[in-house]
Design a protein around this ligand. Structure first.
Ligand SMILES: *Cc1c(COP(=O)(O)O)cnc(C)c1O
Length: 362
């Protein structure tokens, strides 16, 4: 009754064995070769073009990449894209972290933070005093997703919409008209390893970076340098070549199957499977009460008090099903299960049966 693969973590997450095999196949002409030479630059170029195709990015948008993951990009954005003040929608651990970074930045005004209780999400508010709206498409800590939208009546020139899409990108649709920077790390929906950030930037976002070019910042955190290097299919300093290649594998795999629409539909089916199972269960229920904002890429499932969720996760782990534990800081009796595109809906169904099996016997 076990799923075909036991990896259900929300990041790092399942890396498809096919991707790893493809990496092994090209390893001797790729790994250990210069990232300034055509061999690697061609792979980066394919990754940039494949990403633009996957999201349907219009002419003028650029796919920028650099080292350090989404966490590093928060600091880069605080230095390179926020003029004076940002607005943050905070509804969990990750969305709060970017707000913390801008709050600590001495060159910026106090950010405007809009919070909502865990399990819900706030909406952006038009504010003439902010020039960046920081949204999170999918709050990985709570399993809440939101539709990306500009605040009413706010044009990109006045307030850029900058979205942390780390655990949503690749599994949840979005509209390019509503967003200026869409960024993520590839160890979630893109079934790769960590350490890299990827940012899809609109022409308005690129213009803002130019506008702020005189502001001092360390070169390693300079968005303008990252853009310049990305235009040459490079990163400012050496990237993890395996991470780049594994990300490309997932992008091309998804594109060959039908792109974002296909991937999002696959996640939707996994989500339908786990949430309907939980709703029918007498000991489990979806943590997020509003079905519309239940994440299609990271499911959070509350477990009845008399059954320790950590005990369920431990028993699963003992049988090779790993990383179903809830997000620590949330402190709930809960399972958290990734529904990323690399995880087939059949595996999610098998996992639900395994949880039932364990719960009956605990
Ligand atoms: C995982 C995650 C991050 C952090 O990514 P790193 O690559 O570890 O920096 C940030 N935001 C969200 C929404 C995430 O899920």
């Amino acid at each position: 009754m076990l799923p075909g693969d036991g990896r259900f973590g929300s990041g790092p997450s399942r890396v498809r064995n096919e991707s790893v095999r493809a990496l092994v196949e090209i390893a001797d002409g790729y790994l250990g070769t210069s990232h300034r030479r055509t061999g690697v630059r061609k792979i980066v170029d394919r990754l940039q073009k494949g990403t633009a195709e996957f999201f349907g990015l219009p002419e003028g948008w650029e796919v920028v990449l650099g080292n350090g993951g989404a966490t590093t990009l928060w600091d880069i954005l605080a230095l390179g894209i926020i003029r004076r003040r940002s607005q943050h929608l905070c509804f969990g651990e990750f969305s709060s972290k970017f707000a913390k970074a801008t709050k600590a930045a001495p060159h910026l005004e106090e950010p405007r933070v809009i919070e909502s209780p865990f399990g819900s999400h706030p909406l952006p508010r038009a504010d003439t005093d902010v020039d960046v709206y920081a949204l999170t498409q999918n709050e990985t800590s709570t399993g809440v997703q939101m539709t990306l939208r500009r605040a009413d009546g706010v044009a990109a020139k006045d307030g850029l919409v900058v979205v942390d899409a780390t655990s949503g990108a690749g599994g949840i649709p979005w509209s390019v008209e509503e967003v200026d920077v869409y960024y993520y790390s590839p160890q979630k929906c893109f079934g790769s390893d960590g350490g890299l950030w990827i940012a899809c930037c609109s022409p308005d976002a690129l213009e803002r970076v130019e506008e702020l070019r005189e502001r001092w910042r360390p070169a390693s955190l300079d968005l303008r340098l990252a853009i310049e290097n990305s235009r040459k299919n490079q990163t400012y300093n050496t990237p993890a070549l395996a991470t780049v290649y594994l990300t490309l594998q997932t992008v091309e795999w998804m594109n060959s199957n039908g792109g974002l629409a296909w991937a999002a539909d696959r996640c939707e089916r996994s989500a339908e499977c786990i949430y309907s199972w939980a709703e029918a269960s007498d000991y489990a229920q979806p943590f997020v009460s509003d079905p519309a904002i239940r994440s299609r890429t990271v499911a959070t499932i509350d477990i009845a008090e008399e059954l320790p969720a950590l005990g369920i996760s431990a028993a699963l782990r003992h049988n090779g099903i790993v990383d179903t534990e809830s997000y620590r800081a949330l402190g709930r009796n809960q399972l958290r299960i990734a529904l990323f595109p690399a995880i087939p809906p059949e595996d999610v169904a098998a996992l639900c049966a395994c949880v039932d099996y364990v719960a009956e016997r605990l």
